[in-house]
Design a binder for this molecule. Structure first.
Ligand SMILES: NC(=O)c1ccc[n+]([C@@H]2O[C@H](COP(=O)([O-])OP(=O)(O)OC[C@H]3O[C@@H](n4cnc5c(N)ncnc54)[C@H](OP(=O)(O)O)[C@@H]3O)[C@@H](O)[C@H]2O)c1
Length: 280
């Protein structure tokens, strides 16, 4: 199959492209070759290419900056997604959009299923949800993959930040009142391949299995890396930030379970593989 991938140089794109390229002809783009906020450029690019799938990993992902620069976050995540979804439909391609656990408000007392009501509490979440609306309304043959707390090669992420700080400092303070599911980009890429192979339609939650707070995540990172730094739990109020974050955004991979699709591994196992890669 011929697959166009946006956001190819981002953290997810970096591992997604080689994974998709195993069995497909892929056409990666990033902001320098295709700015998704330019509808005419998107039209020209996709009309020439005529892909079978458009996998849309480009996004504005800085959650705190999105509060200050709401217009840019929405230009990219809402209008940019509209441009790509609409054009995918025009050229007869299927469309796959990555969304986020931050479309939920965090008030649930059990993991969120795909059909649960959304209610984002920050601008990043609102802009990504607007991207979901455009995906559903403009490209009927779509799959939306909501994921959470990504880590992997090709970008600064929570794991690399904790490793860097733990090596410098004897003690770390990490927030303990936000819970989610860390997700390794390589595992997300494999599930993406599987869903594309199944011609998946609709909204799927795809995160590594299990959940934790950022504090617990940091403790396991430091432990698995063999660094003797103490990690202490603190409330979010210790580190005031422009964007509010949901206190609980654990995703239930319910549609994968319903359809008997292999669930991504436990996040601790995924982390071990990632640390192995870093150390190698
Ligand atoms: N990271 C997470 O924890 C997380 C969690 C849940 C969901 N997601 C979703 O997963 C997807 C991949 O995330 P990621 O972490 O790989 O993000 P990322 O590393 O920030 O990559 C996004 C890519 O999109 C590019 N981009 C930004 N504006 C663009 C534009 N106007 N036209 C074309 N490309 C543009 C960025 O380029 P520049 O770097 O040059 O700006 C970057 O290369 C996103 O949809 C994100 O919302 C991520």
């Amino acid at each position: 199959m011929k697959i166009a991938v946006t956001g190819a140089n981002g953290m997810l794109g970096t591992v997604l492209c080689p994974a998709l390229a195993r069995d497909n002809e892929i056409h990666p783009s990033d902001i320098d070759s295709l700015d998704i906020t330019d509808l005419q450029a998107v039209r020209t690019y996709l009309r020439d290419l005529k892909p079978d799938w458009v996998v849309h990993a480009a996004a504005y992902t800085n959650v705190d900056n999105a509060e200050k620069d709401q217009l840019l976050a929405n230009r990219v995540n809402a209008m940019g997604t509209r441009n790509v979804a609409q054009t995918a439909a025009e050229v007869g391609a299927r469309f796959l959009y990555y969304s986020t656990d931050y479309v939920f408000d965090g008030q649930a007392d059990r993991p969120y299923r795909e059909w649960d009501a959304t209610n984002p509490i920050n601008e990043y979440g609102r802009s990504k949800l607007a991207g979901e609306f455009y995906t559903r309304s403009l490209c009927p043959r779509h799959a939306i993959l909501r994921t959470s707390w990504l880590f992997g090669p090709g970008g600064v992420n929570f794991v690399t930040k904790i490793l860097e700080r733990a090596r410098k400092l004897g003690e770390l303070r990490v927030v303990d009142d936000q819970r989610g599911s860390p997700t390794f980009t390589r595992d997300l890429a494999e599930t993406t391949l599987c869903l594309i192979g199944n011609d998946a339609l609709g909204t799927y939650h795809v995160s590594n299995s299990g959940d934790c707070s950022w504090f617990e995540f940091a403790q396991v990172i430091v432990g698995q890396a063999g660094i003797a730094t103490q990690v202490h739990p603190v409330p979010s109020s210790t580190f005031p930030s422009p964007a509010r974050r949901p206190t609980y955004s654990v995703l239930d991979n319910y549609l994968l379970k319903c359809e008997g699709i292999g669930l991504p591994a436990d996040w601790r196992d995924a982390l071990r593989r990632y640390l192995g890669e870093i150390q190698a």
